[in-house]
Structures are given as C-alpha cells and as structure tokens.
Design a protein around this ligand. Structure first.
Ligand SMILES: *Cc1c(COP(=O)(O)O)cnc(C)c1O
Length: 819
C-alpha cells in the first residue's frame, strides 16, 4: 500500500530533524525532542498520502460530510498515526536500535483534549472510521489554546490546572492562512431596497470582525493511504488597516477586536451535559460555524456554479445543538451573498443539515435569551425569526387552534431561542445515539416533533474505534486475537465473533486471563507511579471512569464501597474476594456537588487504604487526570465495567463499549447502549440491576419517590448515610459531606430528594455486586464471560456506526486512493 518502511532512512530522517530543529545530535537530545523529531518524520509520510488523497478527491469530486462539533477529544496522535500507517512495530524497532523506547517517546506527547468526554471522543472515533472506510470528510471545530483542564488532586480535592497543550509546538498541525475567513459580530442590520430586483438586501454594519485561520490535522485511515482533515479554527485580530472605511482610525474598536480575537478561542468550556448560557460560548459557536460554512461554500464554488445544488456535494452533521447556528449561517450566505430567494435557500439548507441529539436532560438544552442572541448576531437572529414565523405557521396549519403545540414546538418562545427546535425544524435527519435513547426521544422528549415529522427520526447507536482502543491500547490482547482469528477484525470488527469457539477452551481461557493479568500489572505500575498506592493485580479491578456527574452515579458506587467496608469490619472472618475499586473522573469546574463527590471518594480511599485490619481486601484508587491516553491503559486492565447511570439518563455511553472490547463484563443498569451490549453478549454474561427506564420515567412523571422510606427501613443503608455526617470519613469536619446527605434525603433545596434514585437502586446494586464476586471466584466461568464480551463486541465499532450514517443519512461514495 503505502511506501515501504525503510529503517535506515527513518533513522537518518530522525537524526536530521533533531539537528534541524534543535541543533543537537541524537545522544544529546531529550525524549521530548526525539518525540518532535519522530513526529516530523512520520508527518512526511502522512503528507505524501494527504496529497494523494486530495488529488483523488479533486479528480472524483465527491460529496463530503462536514462533521461539525465544538469538541474533538483526539488524545495523542503519534501512536495512533503509526498504527494506522501500519508502521508501529517498524518504528518501535528502529527507535530501539538507536536507544529509545517508543512507549516513552509516546508519553512525551500531550493529549489533544479539545473535548470534555463522550461527545468529543465520539467525534474523534468517527473521524478515524471515516478515513478508514474511505469517505470524504472534514471535522470542523475550534483550536482552543487551552483544552480540557488538567486535574490535580490536592488533599482529596480536585484542582484545575490550565492545559497548555501547545507549549512545545504541535508537530502534526498545519496552519493554512490562505484559507482564512472573516467572521462578524454585533452591529446592526441595514435594509437596502434594490430597485432592479425589487428585493430587500440586508447589510450588517458597525460590527466587530475576527479573522478565522484554519489549522489542519491529518486523519490517517487504516492501511489505505486515505488522509482526511480535521480543520480547527484559530482567531486572530484583523489588523486595523483592514477595517472598512467606516471604521478607519477607530482605535477603540481595533482594541476591542483584538480582545475579541484573543478571548474567543482561549479555552474549552469544561461542562459536560450542562448548558451555562455564557455569551462567550455563543461567540465560539458562531465563530467556528461561520468560518466552516464559508469554507464549505467556497470549496463547492471552485467546481460548481449552481449553488442551489450545494447539498449534492456537502452535508453538515451537527454534533448536538452546539453547532446549530449553521442552519441560519447557511441561509445567510445563500440569501445575502449568493442571491437566492428564501424558498431556494431553505430548500438547500434543509437538504444539507442533519442533527444528532445527545441527551434528554433538561439542564443540557441550549436556550439563548433573545436579547443576548440578537445583540451578538443581529442578522442571524433575523433569519431565525423568519424560520420561526414560517415554522409556527406550519404548526398552526397542522394543528388549528392548538396553541399548546406552538408553545411546545416554537423555535422562539418565552424570550428564548431554542436551538434543538431549530435543528429539528431545519434538519433532514434527527438521530438519537442508542436504541433506547431514540425511543425515549420519540415517545417523550421530542414526542410532538416526532408526531409532526416522523420521517426525520432515526437511530444511530454510537461506536468506538478498535484501532485505538484495542490495537493500540491493548497490544497483548490484539496480538492474541490476531493469532487466533487473523487480523481482519482491525477493519471488520464483527469478525471478532470467531473467538466464540475458544470460550470453553481451557488453554485459550488461561491465555486470555494471563493477558488481562499483565495489563493489570501495567496499570498497577501506573497507579504506583502516579498515586503512590500499591494495588494487587490479583484483586478484582472494578472500574468506573467517566465524567463526574450525578446521573452517572459515582455516588452509588462509593456508598456501596462504604457498605462493603462496614461488612468487612463487622465480619473480619467473612470470605471476601479482594477488590480494587478504581475511579477516574473530572468534574466541571463549577459543579460543586460533583467536586464534593471526588472529595468523598478520596476520603473513603484514605480511610480504607490505611486500615491494616482489613488486610488489603479492599482498595480504593482515584486516578488523577482521567483522559484518553491513560484511558487506553485502564480499559485494558479492567475486570468489571461500572455503567450504573440512572436508567433513561445516559443517552448511549461509549466507555461501556471500550470495556466490553477489552473483555470486561458490564455491571450496569438497562440504560443507553448497555441494553444493546446485553443483547449481544447475553444476560448471563453481564450483571444487570436497578430500575428500568420506564420505571424511572413513571416515578418522575408522578412526582418522584420517597427515599426516606428506604432510609427508615434499611439499617445498612441508614448506617452508610449516617457515616456521611458523623465524621467517619471527615473527622475534622463532620459536616463536610452534609450536602451529599441532604441531596439523598432532604428537600431543603428545591430539587426532589434523591433525584437519581440512588437509594432506590442500592440493594439491587449490592446484590449484583455479590453476583460479580461469585462469578469471579469461578475462574473458568469468568474467563469465558470475559472472552465472550470481547467476542460479542463487533456491533460496537464506530465503523458500523459510520456506515449507517453513510447509508441512511449522508449518502457518500467510498473513495479509493490510486497508486
Ligand atoms: C470514552 C471516553 C469517555 C466517555 O465515557 P462514558 O463512560 O461513555 O461517559 C469519556 N472520556 C474519555 C477520556 C473517554 O475515552
């Protein structure tokens, strides 16, 4: 396929790069300098393929998908690029020859953490799959100067440290100033009547302008020479000479524009599944969307003259509502700049935009105040008003006299612009991200929209890339799988089902569990080096890693640990299989209860890990700074996958899929994609507990439930809860965890008590945990279970997800790069 790897040439290139970049010889270079030099060498290969891809696309003139997302949680590039170039082993060997360890070199690279969690990581997996399947695609996003904060744990508390990921330079990015675009904010709209056409023209004046400069990141397909592009936009001030004549010499304005440019791409908002309504956030959204839509239109016009057929060559996938201004921005360009009528522009827009819904939780829904929106984006607001006027007319025509329908579906209502409603009204597709989630959308959250336009609604169950999360993250298991069934699973994950024939094979079971053990040793080393805690790789590694959020119920997990600790203390003679509970989670910087939960986990860890009387039967570890790079180590080493969200709240989850791929059975609720995981692997190979989504929704629709009944009738639970407020885990400040206690029992706040049904599910969870222990004690049974999880994970590749998007939404043609 690609040019054959030449070890000698590679070493020479690395040497030359170390000289050119740092004026040093190999033996004087730091590991970081070697990382840079190796990356530039690899980039050379990539650029050959990037050019070849561009040439092929240029020739074939295909349709592109523009995957628009505020977040791309890419992680590290070097190892992944080597994997996809199929040069990982070659480079490892070449580096060893000159005295360097590729693993150590990889560790020099900062994670590209331009995302919070699942939504951003999904975007990254999708780009990998698009390139591997050979579909023309652009990722469109923001080049934040600071990505997701680094998490330090100090005295058990989360401390946020800025993530200066660009400080040593980013070897893989390419600045493309020739494709810069201008983005306008504020000012007012002047209406000019054109006598010749008899139409009004809309001119934005008195605005501030920012230059958007794209940086391109190569997205390398697996072993196919395809290199697609992630294009993220940086903001620069437009120099004062380029102000329009109206503003010439306006010094104050020049300074304001400078500040706007500096602030706009400064930092990623660290909220996951939570809308904060900040003005700067809306600026970020319009900034990257305006630049991306302008770029897509420019690209189309290079080859085509009829803008009314734009949708034949471009489709926009909106990753949640964050990029939804794309709808109005495309309308603006088509009407104001391309001269289309409203009807023509609407026809193009509604054939171009498609929307993915990621959550049903009310606090995540984006609703912008009209005042803010119209001040910042006056022309865009005008367009949305007109979209709303026509949409409301449609609702009224469909449901005459039914004002309730207008109230529930209008795009602008009650002083707010509702982005989800705009995305649904203008999108040709609305998809949920797991079967259960899509059904809840249709039956509950978006019921009225579904009733009015059922043809738009569809499901695309999320997926993950096996190239990063098995081939790169778990090389031992990857090699074992390939030994047994060949390597086609790398691009065709369902083939991994061929492992099923080994599920009862004692030798295969032992090999499989021995690999798990080695991965646990590798993680134990990481924990020793990063936490200073000694964990026993022979204990059960029970893992919950994901964003810290009440609905994900890390609290249920740690309360259960407190319960187990009580049991062991009460019954020291009890036969208890040693367990290591591993947590990893960042909390949004302003999410107080989530941060207090981190403190609770660390406080419980302190007490338990230092209690010699329990003889290491229990360990609790909070891994600092959970992110893509350490996630790869964690999934490979997990025995148990904790997926314990309140049923109906987790739209899909993707962490659950990564655990499954790596042979960790799910301990979880029937929520999100857990439902589909259980369907694939069989109920007997998972540990399911808790209320169903229907039951939760039923309670919610009827005013909640009464956790105090459980508190009063169950002394184990009562004891654990009392330990939150009696100083057991905070001897110097017994009130420390009062807020958590209150959240479960009291209605001091306006919230219902125990909004997330933790007490309701506690006993069922504890029972499921007992089943986990029992299953683990039977080595053969556990090995079979673990292996079947890997073997049944074929559905959850993002290659499948992307193929479904292509077949059912985007309708792209596969490209092949000719030699
Ligand atoms: C996969 C992944 C997530 C999403 O995890 P969920 O359990 O689905 O919430 C978040 N962060 C990182 C670093 C991931 O790799």
């Amino acid at each position: 396929m690609s040019k054959k790897f030449n070890k000698k040439e590679f070493i020479n290139d690395v040497k030359a790069n170390v000289r050119a970049l740092y004026r040093r010889n190999l033996d004087e270079a730091t590991q970081q300098q070697i990382f840079q030099a190796v990356s530039y060498t690899v980039k050379d290969t990539i650029i050959d393929n990037w050019l070849a891809t561009q040439e092929q696309y240029e020739k074939d003139d295909p349709k592109y998908v523009y995957y628009m997302s505020m977040e791309f949680l890419m992680g590290r590039a070097l190892g992944n690029n080597l994997i996809n170039l199929t040069e990982y082993e070659d480079v490892k060997e070449a580096l060893a020859e000159i005295g360097f360890d590729l693993n150590v070199i990889e560790d020099q690279e900062p994670d590209a953490a331009l995302g919070n969690g699942g939504l951003g990581r999904l975007a990254a997996c999708f780009l990998d799959s698009l390139a591997t399947l050979g579909y023309p695609a652009y990722g469109c996003g923001i080049r934040y100067r600071y990505g997701m904060f680094k998490q330090k744990i100090e005295d058990g508390y989360q401390v946020e440290v800025p993530d200066n990921w660009l400080k040593d330079g980013n070897p893989f990015e390419l600045r493309r100033p020739e494709y810069a675009k201008e983005v306008k904010f504020g000012g007012y709209v002047r209406v000019v009547y054109d006598e010749k056409t008899g139409r009004n023209h809309f001119v934005q004046e008195g605005y501030q302008v920012v230059r958007a400069v794209p940086y391109d990141f190569p997205i390398v397909g697996y072993n196919n020479r395809v290199v697609n592009t992630l294009r993220v936009w940086d903001a620069e001030a437009v120099s004062e000479f380029q102000l329009d004549s109206f503003d010439k010499g306006d010094y104050r304005k020049a300074v304001e524009q400078e500040n706007l440019a500096r602030n706009i791409v400064e930092v990623l908002y660290p909220n996951d599944n939570h809308y904060a309504g900040k003005e700067l956030r809306l600026k970020q959204q319009y900034f990257f969307i305006s630049a991306s839509v302008q770029a897509a239109v420019s690209k189309y016009k290079k080859k085509h003259s009829d803008i009314r057929k734009f949708y034949e060559k471009a489709t926009f996938q909106l990753n949640d509502t964050h990029p939804t201004v794309a709808v109005a921005e495309l309308m603006r360009i088509l009407i104001d700049e391309e001269g289309l009528t409203w009807e023509e522009a609407w026809d193009v827009t509604t054939k171009t935009c498609a929307y993915t819904n990621h959550t049903i939780m009310a606090e995540a829904l984006e609703k912008w105040p009209i005042e803010l929106f119209s001040r910042l984006l006056p022309r865009i607001y005008q367009i949305i008003e007109e979209i709303n006027r026509r949409f409301v007319a449609e609702i009224e025509a469909r449901y005459p006299g039914n004002f309730e329908k207008v109230r529930k579906m209008a795009i602008i209502f009650d002083g707010q612009v509702k982005m989800a409603h705009l995305a649904i009204a203008a999108g040709y597709s609305v998809n949920g991200v797991a079967e259960l989630h899509t059904e809840i959308l249709k039956k509950q959250e978006l019921k009225d929209f579904y009733e009015m336009m059922p043809e738009k609604f569809n499901n695309k169950t999320n997926g993950i890339t096996q190239r990063r999360f098995l081939l790169h993250g778990n090389p031992l298991l990857a090699a074992w799988v390939t030994d047994h069934i060949g390597d086609e699973w790398i691009t065709d994950l369902p083939q991994i089902a061929k492992l099923k024939v080994y599920a009862d094979d004692r030798k295969a079971q032992q090999e499989f569990m021995n690999i798990k053990y080695q991965n646990k040793v590798r993680l134990a080393k990481y924990i020793r080096e990063h936490n200073g805690i000694e964990v026993d790789p022979r204990s059960i590694f029970d893992v919950q890693v994901k964003r810290l959020h009440e609905y994900k119920r890390q609290l249920l997990n740690i309360l259960h640990v407190m319960y187990l600790y009580n049991q062991i203390k009460d019954h020291p003679e009890m036969d208890f299989y040693p367990r290591t509970f591993i947590f990893g989670a960042k909390a949004a910087a302003g999410y107080r209860r989530a941060k207090l939960t981190i403190k609770l986990i660390n406080s419980v860890a302190d007490v338990i890990n230092n209690d010699a009387s329990i003889k290491n039967k229990l360990k609790v570890v909070f891994i600092e700074d959970y992110r893509v790079s350490n996630a790869e180590l964690i999934f490979a080493a997990a025995d148990v996958s904790e997926q314990i969200s309140t049923a109906s709240k987790e739209a899909s989850g993707t962490g659950n899929m990564k655990f499954m791929l790596n042979g960790a059975p799910t301990l979880g609720t029937m929520d999100g994609a857990n439902v589909e995981i259980v369907k694939e692997v069989g109920e007997e190979n998972a540990f399911i507990f808790g209320l169903s989504a229907d039951e939760v929704i039923n309670y919610e629709n009827n005013g909640g439930y009464y956790p105090e009944n459980i508190f009063n009738s169950d002394q184990d639970i009562r004891r654990v809860l009392m330990q939150l407020i009696n100083g057991t885990y905070a001897p110097n400040d017994p009130e420390m965890f009062r807020d958590i206690y209150d959240s479960l029992l009291n209605t001091k706040s306006s919230d219902r008590a125990d909004t997330y049904f933790i007490l309701a599910d506690f006993k069922s969870y504890a029972e499921a945990q007992r089943r986990v222990e029992e299953a683990y004690r039977d080595e053969a049974r556990w090995a079979k279970m673990a292996m079947l999880n890997t073997a049944c994970s074929g559905k959850f590749t993002s290659d499948r997800t992307i193929q479904q998007y292509v077949d059912e939404i985007w309708h792209l043609d596969k490209e092949v790069i000719e030699a």
